[in-house]
Design a protein around this ligand. Structure first.
Ligand code: PGA
Length: 251
């Protein structure tokens, strides 16, 4: 199965979001070989939930806190989003960089999501500095192992991992294909080692400047099971063209 995740970030009003989702729903209806997961702002979840009843699309959140309720002004809990979402993006680099989230906090969120039957899309990715110093593998190993510490191996079937180099997000630059493939393989091998399970196959997605004209390069890689799309996910035609390119690869 291939995954196409749209991370709308802090864009669109509820009305605009509904229109965008309807447009996308029509555009992706031709095949259900690709699981489409739209992650709008929290304010859209209730209104968009109804649209997805009989469609191959899924709804996800972009973040959540790990507690179910309490005095956490401004936060949204897994308990609150569980009514709407089957997925949640966790540890996105904008959360890590702009909001100072670290892997210890993200690990708590991963656990909380799994406890609520919400599938985490765990993001990992190195900065440009680390990439240029060729320390990507060491960095990702640390991010991944800390974020997954103590997770019940029986629940790993619900997890997705997104490799998103920070320097590729919104920049128009991407790593070379062979670099992405090597990282994706490394993440697979690392999760197998950490959980002592040579059969473990957590889907690895690539994210960072994915567009309709380059998605096939990434989605066709042996260790990549889909893509996480930011900027291009709020342009319905572009997003549907990404979907069409992925659907074609499956034929
Ligand atoms: P981008 O963002 O597709 O705009 O590079 C990806 C992301 O932030 O997940």
């Amino acid at each position: 199965m291939n995954y196409l995740v749209g991370n709308w970030k802090m864009h669109t009003s509820v009305k605009e979001g509904i229109r965008l989702a309807q447009h996308i729903k029509q555009g992706v209806a031709s095949t259900d070989d690709v699981t489409v997961i739209l992650c709008p702002p929290f304010t859209h979840l209730d209104a968009m939930h109804g649209l997805f009843d009989v469609s191959p699309m899924e709804l996800g959140a972009q973040n959540m806190y790990f507690e179910d309720s309490g005095a956490y002004t401004g936060e949204i809990s897994p308990f609150m989003i569980a009514d709407y979402c089957r997925y949640v993006i966790l540890g996105h680099s904008e959360r890590r960089v702009v909001f100072s989230e670290n892997s210890t906090l993200i690990q708590k969120k991963v656990r909380a999501a799994l406890n609520h039957d919400i599938k985490p899309i765990l993001c990992v990715g190195e900065s440009l500095d680390i990439y240029e110093q060729q320390k990507t593998f060491n960095f990702l190993e640390e991010e991944l192992t800390t974020s997954l510490k103590g997770i019940d191996p029986a629940e790993l079937g619900s997890l997705l991992i997104a490799y998103e180099p920070c320097w590729a997000i919104g920049s128009g630059h991407t790593p070379y294909r062979d670099e992405i493939e090597r990282v994706a393989k490394f993440l697979t091998v690392t999760t197998r080692k950490v959980f002592d399970n040579p059969e473990l196959n957590i889907p690895i997605l690539y994210g960072g400047s994915v567009k309709a004209n380059n998605v096939a390069e990434f989605a066709s890689l042996p260790h990549i099971s889909g893509v996480l799309v930011g900027g291009a996910s709020i342009r319905a035609e572009e997003f549907c063209a990404i979907h069409a390119a992925m659907a074609q690869l499956n034929q």
